[in-house]
Design a protein around this ligand. Sequence first.
Ligand code: MG
Length: 225
Amino acid sequence: MVQVSIGGERADVGTIYALGRNYAEHAREMGAAPEPVVFLKPLSSLRPEGGLIDWPEGSQEIHHEVELVLYLGRGGVRLDRAAAAAAIGAVGVGVDLTARDLQREAKQRGAPWARSKGFPGSAPVSAFVAVAQLPVSLEQIDLELTVGGELRQRAKIAEMLLSPAEIVALLSRWFELRASDLIFTGTPSGDGAVMPGEPVVARSRALDLELELMLSTRGRAGAAR
Ligand code: MG
């Protein structure tokens, strides 16, 4: 069982849900309608505390997507907005690593995104902060991501199309949410390619959380064996 850390305590993780196109600017960059889409990432994609992540087979183009990640303290179905807000137990920072070339191919073929979004280690996450301990409101939380020290993405949760509570409420109409599920809430503009060996740092200053990761050269076509 893969566990995450919430305020220093270990916590199990159930299903990993993820939203796409939840910031208008990013949706425009992708040439897509600013209308959220939902997909799943397998538990084997979870990589608490980041670290070295193997380059996935068959891809030449890995993109970073920094995201706020919700940890559900309660589950439920058809939650109203207040119940959905109360279901959010903790928040952390994650990177939805995406094999963009494989995703493009899947979109063209009308095939699922599982391979491009679910390769091992494609869901690195930081430690989590319990909502009861948050120093700011959810909307005031900031996210940023640097590659090799260069700023690539920066946003505030207030810029999301669907707020964290609205996301939980929506998902609870389509799925049976459970305590311990994780939800990746979508990435702001500025997502881009990351090369093997480049240090990637995702952080939230408001939450005082930092996540470091790096793609390894292992498995990359053309790389030394
Ligand atoms: Mg994403």
